[in-house]
Design a protein around this ligand. Structure first.
Ligand code: FES
Length: 323
């Protein structure tokens, strides 16, 4: 961390420390809708397939653990990444190489200008007497600043980070410098560790924060004993359960059939690969398009629009305008 980053991180830690000591549940940081001009200050590779990217800007908005930013890439793709470190002059993100967006991030070099939107916080750290942080793979990114905040606040905490191999797991080795006795790094070789083992013996009132693959989150959620708050953030869309097939008519053609277990976004992109997407979980707005016929359920877009990634038709057919 640079000297400047250390200074601003201290400011972020202080706000969390005061909130934790005051014993109040913090409200999520409000979203910032304006575009933020940044440039890439540095790119490093702590693991073969993970890039740590420092994004420098002037008087960047303050953020709290759990926040993410939209990164508008030079191609126009928009991707969400959790802030894993930094402050008002530099944001740091960690990006694992999976898919087109991350491939583009990995190709970027220092000096490249980028646009950010945010930060927004859908995964805020609430006050608790103690914390168990569980991270699967790159799920460590929102968890890392939570760990630092809990340590700075003098709150009891434990971190378990799992991954295929120890050298594929970024950030947690340096978090162990805070207190090695509180950090467990598990190399599972691709066989998930049982949730009960991850949870261990929870102290009374301990809050569980989990970020990782959907299967890990679901297993930990189910296994978390009553009396403990469970908080999670996914980095991929949840599976579609109890979906019904329907048809999406694209104004001007063609119609596409959406099976029960797929999203309209996935199917529409087979015939219209130009349809943009980012979060695939309904919150970023990138895939929102005009809804010209029919009604939807589970939609997160406003009136007259539909979020192709999560909405499903209330009846057999909807029509959208992609022009
Ligand atoms: S891709 Fe983000 S709302 Fe659909």
């Amino acid at each position: 961390m640079t000297t400047a980053m250390r200074g601003v991180a201290r400011v972020t830690d202080l706000s969390v420390r005061l909130a934790v000591r005051a014993g109040r549940r913090r409200t999520p940081a409000p979203g910032v809708d304006r575009d933020l001009a940044v440039r890439i200050a540095a790119v490093r590779y702590p693991c073969a397939d993970v890039a740590l990217v420092d994004l420098a800007g002037d008087a960047l908005p303050a953020w709290r653990p759990g926040s993410h930013v939209d990164v508008v890439l030079p191609s126009g793709r928009v991707r969400q990444y959790s802030l894993c470190d930094g402050g008002r002059d530099v944001y740091r993100i960690a990006v694992r190489l999976v898919g087109d967006g991350s491939r583009e991030v990995h190709s970027l070099v220092a000096g490249t200008p980028l646009t950010l939107r945010g930060p927004r916080n859908a995964f805020p750290l609430a006050a608790a007497p103690s914390f168990l942080f569980l991270a699967g793979g790159i799920g460590i990114t929102p968890i890392a600043p939570m760990v630092r905040a809990a340590a700075a606040a003098g709150t009891d905490w434990r971190l378990v980070h799992t991954g295929r191999t120890l050298d594929s797991m970024p950030l947690s080795a340096s978090l162990a410098d805070l207190d090695p006795s509180r950090v467990t790094r598990v190399s599972d070789g691709g066989s998930p560790t049982p949730a009960a083992e991850l949870l261990g013996d929870l102290p009374a009132g301990c809050a569980v924060y989990c970020c990782g693959p959907p299967a890990m989150i679901d297993a930990v959620r189910v296994a978390t004993p009553a009396g403990h708050r469970f908080h999670s953030e996914r980095f991929s869309p949840p599976p579609i359960r109890n979906g019904r097939p329907f048809t999406v008519g694209i104004a001007g053609g063609p119609d596409v059939a959406v099976p029960a277990d797929r999203s309209a976004l996935d199917v529409v992109r087979e015939v219209r690969p130009d349809v943009a997407w980012s979060c695939r979980q309904g919150f970023c707005g990138t895939c929102h398009v005009p809804l010209v016929e029919g009604t939807t359920t589970g939609d997160t877009a406003g009136p007259g629009r539909t979020a192709l990634c999560v909405a499903r038709a209330s009846a057999d057919r909807i029509v959208v305008d992609l022009r």
